[in-house]
Design a protein around this ligand. Structure first.
Ligand code: GAR
Length: 203
């Protein structure tokens, strides 16, 4: 069975959608641990409420990346729990070569836009400011770049007249909560293959 570790920084609604899919029996996987770089992140409470080991990782002195002693600590915890897939769910730091080398091809992320459009932060606001008519979310493998790895799947979300950054993000999150369990199901069933920059889905 697929052993998933989740890294996050915030409220953890994506983590919840994965917990719910496992509980509903629609995803054959287990969550072996949840890690957060924010001490009071609600994602840690969600893990504890579900009996999942939860860890706060102090990532100082770095503000935007996971590197150095904290990176090594994360690797040690992930190995200790036997994680074979690392799921970034609202983890607001760049992962660097140490973690990528420790779990090659085994780290995925969800991004709140249709990549390659609007990488980086506050992508829903970027979409609004850029006048996009359609945006969405993307599940992708993680590489050294910012939101550049091979794409597993995407869900579209219309931008509506009168949308605020908050209303648009909320609508994107509805699709995220469908997309992440769906991508994980493909991985758990061994149906994804990376060919260069492309992900191929097999039946
Ligand atoms: C999600 O919308 C996710 O796509 C985004 O943060 C939110 C986390 O929500 N991630 C990024 O912007 C990464 N660049 P959650 O904590 O409720 O899962």
């Amino acid at each position: 069975m697929l052993s998933i570790a989740i890294l996050g920084s915030g409220k953890g609604s994506n983590a919840q959608s994965i917990i719910d899919a496992i509980k509903a029996g629609t995803l054959n996987a287990r969550i072996v641990c949840v890690l957060a770089d924010v001490q009071d992140a609600f994602i840690l409470d969600r893990a504890r409420q579900n009996g999942i080991p939860a860890y706060y990782i102090d990532c100082a002195p770095f503000k935007t990346k996971l590197e150095g002693a904290a990176e090594q600590k994360v690797i040690d915890i992930l190995k200790k729990h036997g994680a074979d897939l690392i799921v970034l769910a609202g983890f607001m730091r760049m992962v660097k070569s140490g973690l990528l080398r420790a779990f090659p091809g085994k780290i995925i992320n969800i991004h709140p836009a249709l990549l390659p459009n609007f990488p980086g932060l506050h992508s829903w606001k970027q979409a609004l400011d850029g006048g996009a008519k359609v945006t969405g979310c993307t599940v992708h493998f993680v590489d050294e770049g910012m939101d550049t790895g091979p794409i597993i799947l995407q869900k579209e979300v219309p931008v509506l007249a009168g949308d605020t950054p908050e209303s648009l993000h909320a609508r994107i999150q509805v699709q995220e909560h469908i997309a992440y369990p769906e991508a994980l199901r493909l991985i758990s069933e061994g149906r994804l293959r990376i060919e260069g920059r492309r992900v191929v889905v097999t039946n």
